[in-house]
Design a protein around this ligand. Structure first.
Ligand SMILES: Nc1ncnc2c1ncn2[C@@H]1O[C@H](COP(=O)(O)OP(=O)(O)OP(=O)(O)O)[C@@H](O)[C@H]1O
Length: 267
């Protein structure tokens, strides 16, 4: 009997990603194995989302080798194994659809082109409903997403990723704008996913909210990985609260006091 070991879930060797002729992140060496929960931290503009988009094939690969689940990034095989939660929720203005219809889109990647009716099958509909219930939106499945709050829309996108039952979740700030109670629900959901063999890569500025499940912290700074290790070994500068890339997007050194005055002033 031939024994084959599964390839790493993510394998980057000297990889670089960017847009057009601009390389945003470079020299990326990163191997992630099944069951890991990787927090991707770092200041605004450092390239965290670009790293994730590179894994999806949405940012261009400028150098090196990049594989997901043993397949070239951007290939149909790699894409089919990924559940993606994008950073910005543009559901309200761009799409007229119910929450259930958005989550149903998560099933399309799992549906063969020759069997489109399966998306409407009873098991698939049940899975969509279950995914919404898991994130606390079971009662809102028939609501127009445009009428949902920002945090609820974020959870619709998480439900969409859940419905595709992927091997690896790439989540770009999944807890942003989500209230503390529902953050705890999401963390419990993530823990169950990992117990079932999923791998999570989570871009976040809120490591505290995810501290119970994160096993590894990767810090992206100034276009490269500056730290990769256990989350409790982070240098003070590398923690989730270092919000600004010092080189590209420095924080203001002072805020005019007129803005901080709450009463009076011109209207
Ligand atoms: N589609 C795009 N085309 C060109 N440049 C882009 C594009 N998306 C992002 N960038 C640039 O890439 C750089 C890194 O952006 P990215 O969104 O990856 O940072 P980030 O670390 O995720 O930041 P944040 O914490 O603010 O979400 C920024 O300078 C940004 O302007």
């Amino acid at each position: 009997m031939q024994v084959t070991s599964a390839p790493p879930v993510i394998e980057l060797t000297g990889a670089a990603f960017g847009y057009g002729d601009r390389t945003v992140v470079r020299d990326l060496d990163l191997t992630v194995h099944r069951g890991e929960v990787v927090a991707v931290l770092g200041p605004n503009g450092a390239g965290k989302s670009t790293l994730v988009k590179g894994l999806l094939g949405l940012a261009e690969q400028h150098a090196g080798s990049a594989r997901v689940l043993g397949h070239e990034v951007g290939s149909a095989e790699a894409r089919a194994g990924i559940g993606y939660v994008p950073q910005r929720h543009t559901l309200a203005s761009a799409v007229r659809a119910t929450a259930a219809e958005i989550v149903t889109m998560g099933r399309t990647v799992r549906t063969p082109w020759w069997a489109p009716w399966r998306i409407r099958s009873a098991p698939d509909r049940a899975l969509v409903q279950e995914s919404l219930a898991v994130v606390g939106l079971g009662d809102l499945s028939s609501h127009d997403v445009a009428t949902l709050s920002g945090g609820q829309q974020r959870r619709v996108l998480i439900a969409r990723a859940l419905a595709s039952r992927p091997d690896v979740f790439l989540m770009d700030e999944p807890t942003a704008g989500v209230d503390r109670g529902h953050q705890q629900v999401l963390v419990a959901v993530m823990r169950r996913l990992v117990e079932r063999g999923a791998t999570l890569v989570i871009v976040t500025h809120e490591l505290d909210a995810l501290a119970d499940i994160v096993t590894r912290a990767v810090v992206v700074r100034a276009g490269g990985i500056s730290h990769d290790g256990p989350p409790d070994h982070l240098a003070p500068d590398d923690d989730a609260h270092a919000h600004h890339d010092d080189e590209e997007d420095p924080p203001p050194s002072s805020v005019p006091t007129t803005i901080l005055t709450t009463k009076g002033g011109p209207r």
